[in-house]
Write a protein that binds this ligand. Structure first.
Ligand code: FES
Length: 107
């Protein structure tokens, strides 16, 4: 079972046992991780699931497509190299140990 670590703006880490096939957003919402809202239910249309993927996981997670990039521009927090909509990151065994930073606020 892959473990995903969410780090909030104050540095508090929450490690979640995620399931294959769910998204990084869904695992967070299912476990009540503060700061990840997932208002649109994972349809890449609200940007309330914005996270910053740590650089050491960039290759495994990959980069956002054009549509996701457009939506990320609606995010309240800074866009950085690791910015992703967490609903667009499907969890696989290769992502075991993934660390993402959760912005202090969402749209
Ligand atoms: S949950 Fe709405 S964009 Fe990800």
């Amino acid at each position: 079972m892959p473990k995903i670590v969410y780090v909030d703006a104050s540095g508090v880490e929450r490690a979640i046992d995620a399931s294959h096939g769910e998204s990084v957003m869904a695992a967070a919402v299912r476990n009540g991780v503060p700061g990840i809202i997932g208002e649109c239910g994972g349809n890449a249309s609200c940007a309330t699931c914005h996270v910053w993927v740590r650089s050491e996981f960039a290759d495994e997670v990959g980069t956002p497509g054009d549509f996701e990039t457009d939506m990320l521009e609606m995010a309240v927090s800074d866009l950085r190299d690791g910015s992703r909509l967490s609903c667009q990151i499907p969890i696989t065994e290769a992502l075991d140990g993934l660390v993402v930073d959760v912005p202090p606020s969402q749209p």
